[in-house]
Design a protein around this ligand. Sequence first.
Ligand code: URP
Ligand code: ZN
Ligand code: ZN
Ligand code: ZN
Length: 468
Amino acid sequence: MYLLIKGGTVVSASGAQPADVLVEGERIAGLFAPEHTPAVEGAQVIDATAKYVIPGAVDVHTHMELPFGGTFASDTFESGTRAAAFGGTTTIIDFAVQRTGERVPDGLAAWHAKADGNCHVDYGFHMIMGGVDDESLKAMDSLVESEGVTSFKLFMAYPGVFYSDDGQILRAMQKARENGSVIMMHAENGIAIDVLIGQALSRGETEPIHHGLTRPAELEAEATRRAISLAEVAGDTPLYIVHLSASQALEAVAAARDTGRNVFAETCPQYLYLTLEDQLGAPGFEGAKWVCSTPLRSKAEPHRRDLWRGLRTNDLAVVSTDHCPFCFKEQKELGLGDFSKIPNGIGGVEHRVDLLYQGVVDGKLSLARWVETIATTPARMFGLYPRKGVLAPGSDADIVVYDPNARTTIGVATHHMNMDHSAYEGYQIAGKVDTVVSRGTVLVSGGEFHGRKGHGRYLRRGLSTYLL
Ligand code: URP
Ligand code: ZN
Ligand code: ZN
Ligand code: ZN
């Protein structure tokens, strides 16, 4: 069973060149300069003339079916991974959840029950630690050794839900230092934020924009700096700041990196494009669509400019989506009259490849950097490389053919996520995902879906290969 992707320009994290990609079964057999491509009898041929051929994108931050604020994120593993495939993402890493009071292995088993047999693309798990104690610390070791879960998310926000105090964080970091795993941090000072929320509500400030105003950038920066300090005390535990949105937090990450520390960060498309004023501050209750944490930041400050620069300097190494969709009707509406009850999250798993490609069109990112931030570094950071994130002999044949000359418009009428609105309604995209291959199987071509649920396999991840 051979597949030949012919005539395109292969883009990797190190550059672009004309090459044909030969797939045998589920793996890449070879890349050939066009004049040296062997004739392969019976191969299925995909014509990639005038198109880019890139590794399937890797989204290391999704929340399918996440329980949050009295409801569940609206994409199942089936609908969410189908939408991911449409958008050129062929691997996700979702967050299994141990809620405070639950056992870690039970949380992981519950996530397997949701995902196994239902995914269209390959998937792995991080573990959200909703509590750190002797038992959960032990469980970290067994997840790393036996379950292929090699990264753990802790929360400095959401007291009473996922929150860990500094002592718990330090203990988990010490454990991660021992077993080689990565600590992912939701860095916002949730204790101070809860005070600001209470004060805003008592003043009658209930609209969605107050979600952002009660989560100031300085409280993201403070938590980021504290996490960096705690990781240093733990012995330079690898620390990965999730959904970084504020210039001041980026500055803290950059300063740590400049001293050679194992500190990394991701941002998400919503922080590169959307703002507190234009989206979260939309009239009436409309802004609820854009309630997420960390929040969208003010356009009066240079956050977006700084995030794009961070992507160029590698102080931001990864772009993920933090895909956490909720419908407006009945879900976001839980917070009518009280912004603090709006479920937190934006859906976008389908749009990351396109939205970041606009950075290439605008001259903010190189082609190679586009591929590196959406595919190669995510795979290296979380122990999936070189199986994922690169087109190389022996790698999984996860391949996207991207047409830079086609145009699309994002919107609820055409997206495939289970949402009744789009965070990017009307956004015009220069470029289009043309063909998507997952482990040698064509999932998307000609705008049609050819996959089947259960094709996606669980990925037992190794340790990060991105550490300094
Ligand atoms: O608003 C967000 N980001 N929802 C998902 C949960 C999280 O903190 O990542
Ligand atoms: Zn978070
Ligand atoms: Zn630097
Ligand atoms: Zn998240």
